[in-house]
Design a protein around this ligand. Structure first.
Ligand code: ZN
Length: 657
């Protein structure tokens, strides 16, 4: 592990808090130190208040920030003196502690201070850094962990036995730290939890973290427990989209809401699946208790959901019986699935959640394999994990996420997603919490959004294999398909029927009609498995009801598509799949309306371009966004009992009315 400290960047920091932000971000850049909200940092700064009185504030990471992109506002300034007095109390309940933390922050609107704030307060150093470093928890999750830590670090660290985070841990640390601290002490190891480093400057504290963790890594290397001898490749997977969608449907039934199921199968996953002790090493528990709220205590091995649920219920019942106050059981679905056929799958209410679970568990796989190679992986007893899983303060973090969005956990495929109405549909879907597979010929589709809930696939809707590829890619990322938006289409240059070019005619039918038939065929088995039932919306056209001269290929293809949609609605009603269409007109911010085509169409009606654009009865502009909002709402509860509907979005067309 190398220090990322950069003097040039560090010199741009104006004050201590800036330096705290800078080195916290450095810490966040090491995924083997901190992952997603894990870890926390602080700095103690003397300041004068409005009355000119000097006080020392502990700027400690607040909840809701990740170290990798934390800002000044991500730190909560708490009155240090008060925290030090609290640390002397014989006991303090969690709600009392949170109340004291919140009421002794000096800036209104500051985030809630980390529950480890009192621990940061008692350590007598300006800077304090805390991480759940992989290498350190690899060592402490072995039967001989304590001895190994003593051997590696000697007096460089104070060792704290495992205690649940919160007030009791802070008190124990205060006691042991002052008993054991030597002038050479640079950090503190919390068995089965993580590591603290500290120093007088941001650099000293950060680099001590790097050095201490490096010593743990070197120890693993020296003991042949670092290199994992991963396989060069993983078995070439056949198509997985149907088994994935089936599994997702069953898991969504357990949580009573649609869930995202994210698939991955790396050499690390394969190595783990091939391990002779797989059944044992996979069921020990998380590497640090904090992970339990993301990954649950243990993954599901194979696909026997009923057994997993029964085991979870037993675990809950057993530990709830002796809990301080009765708890309400969380949904018993696994968050990680390890299966020889499906590799590693992670489950989440959103794609972001599923991605976080996957990343955390990939680190867990490495930790378990290394600990096993060194000696034996031994996590904390289930009781300790239960206490963190059902800790009010952890549950509060989950509740803070608020009410799920309209399409949270649902997956949509949009064709022609790189521009116009298709792109607008992608945005309206993302805004309502859906995860979106965007398909388009234009390579831009692959990179237009960099986010966990978007998957762009370059492909031609006229080629069945490319549709299959898009579905396979998307379902591996999100687990299924709930919503299909058939949007891709062309509007060829005007040609009178007498002069119609056969290839133009055929191409128009291929894209506007036949491709949609194939998309429907290929999506059917997936839509049938949608937890809230499948929905299809087809972008039709005003031309269905009011065709235009010179536009025979376009009008005929859209009219045939309209009939296809109606038959689909008839056939798929028994599967509760709703199939509706919208008929937009005069949406001029789309790819098909080039200046040339605009002029040609205006001419066909004997109008100027300006007249042609505003010829609807309301005299309004219709944008791609307007169409997209209608399309997306038609997939929601408002239209729950509507199928085979055709809704215009055209400002009112005289010829249609
Ligand atoms: Zn921690």
């Amino acid at each position: 592990m190398r220090s990322l400290w950069n003097d040039v960047q560090a010199e741009q920091c104006h004050d201590e808090l800036d330096r705290r932000v800078y080195s916290s971000r450095l810490l966040g850049q090491h995924p083997d130190l901190v992952l997603h909200g894990g870890g926390n940092t602080s700095v103690k700064i003397k300041e004068k208040n409005l009355l000119g009185e000097e006080q020392t504030l502990l700027y400690v990471k607040g909840s809701g920030s990740d170290l990798i992109d934390i800002t000044r506002a991500g730190f909560a300034p708490v009155q240090l003196e008060h925290l030090l007095k609290l640390a002397k109390l014989p006991s303090l309940s969690d709600p009392q502690m949170v109340n004291e933390l919140k009421t002794h922050v000096t800036v209104s609107g500051a985030p809630t201070p980390s529950v480890e704030a009192i621990l940061h307060a008692i350590l007598p150093y300006t800077y304090v850094d805390h991480s759940h470093a992989d290498a350190v928890i690899t060592l402490t999750n072995t039967p001989g962990g304590l001895q190994r830590i003593k051997e590696i670090y000697g007096e460089a660290v104070v060792i704290i036995p495992y205690v649940m985070p919160g007030f009791d841990l802070a008190r124990l640390c205060a006691q042991l730290f002052f008993e054991q601290c030597k002038p050479t002490t640079q950090g503190m190891i919390l068995l089965n939890h993580g590591i603290f480093s500290f120093g007088e400057t941001a650099r000293e504290s950060y680099e001590r973290m790097i050095q201490l963790v490096t010593r743990a890594e070197q120890y693993l290397q020296k003991n042949q427990a670092w290199d994992l001898d991963l396989p060069k490749s993983v078995p070439a997977a056949e198509t997985l989209r149907l088994p994935l969608a089936q599994l997702r449907q069953r898991l969504s039934a357990v949580t009573a809401m649609p869930m995202i199921l994210r698939h991955t199968h790396t050499p690390l996953v394969e190595k783990f699946l091939q391990h002779p002790l797989l059944a044992q090493i996979s069921q020990q528990g998380p590497a640090t208790p904090d992970h339990v709220i993301r990954t649950k205590r243990v993954p599901m091995l194979g696909q026997d959901i009923d057994t997993y649920i029964a085991d979870y219920q037993r675990y809950f019942k057993q530990h709830n019986a002796t809990a301080r106050e009765p708890k309400i059981m969380l949904d018993p679905a696994p968050r990680v699935i390890l299966d020889p056929q499906l590799g590693l799958c992670s489950l989440g209410k959103t794609s972001q959640d599923a991605q976080v679970v996957q990343e955390i568990f990939s680190h867990t796989l490495e930790i378990i394999l290394r600990a096993t190679q060194l000696e034996k992986y031994q996590a904390l007893p289930a009781r300790d994990i239960f206490d963190v899983e059902y800790w009010d303060l952890e549950q509060a973090k989950l509740r803070a996420a608020g009410k799920p969005k309209l399409f949270a956990g649902e997956v949509a495929l949009v064709t022609g997603a790189a521009s116009g109405i298709g792109k607008a549909c992608v945005e309206s879907l993302l805004a309502r919490g859906a995860s979106v597979i965007g398909m388009d010929l234009n390579p831009v589709v692959a990179t237009q959004y960099q986010r966990a809930d978007y998957c762009g696939v370059v492909g031609d809707v006229c080629v069945r294999e490319q549709i299959q590829h898009a579905l396979e890619t998307g379902v591996r990322r999100f687990g299924g398909l709930d919503i299909l938006i058939l949007n891709a289409g062309i509007f060829p240059a005007a040609q009178p029927i007498a002069e119609m070019d056969a290839s133009v005619w055929q191409k128009t039918l291929d894209i506007n009609l036949t491709a949609n038939l194939v998309l429907l065929q290929e999506s059917y088995s997936l839509l049938k498995l949608a937890p809230r039932h499948g929905r299809v919306v087809v972008i039709g056209s005003k031309n269905v009801a009011a065709p235009g001269p010179g536009a025979s290929a376009y009008s005929a293809s859209k009219a045939a598509l309209n009939q296809l949609v109606r038959v689909t609605a008839l056939e798929w009603g028994k599967d509760k799949i709703r199939v509706n269409s919208v008929h937009p007109d005069a949406v001029f911010d789309t790819g098909i309306w080039t200046e040339e085509i605009l002029q040609a169409r205006a001419q066909a009606y004997g109008m100027t371009v300006e007249q042609y654009k505003q010829r609807n009865v309301m005299g309004v502009d219709i944008t791609s966004h307007d169409v997209a909002e209608l399309v997306v709402e038609m997939c929601g509860p408002l239209f729950a009992k509507t199928t085979a509907a055709q809704i215009p979005v055209d400002g009112g067309d005289l010829r249609v009315i």
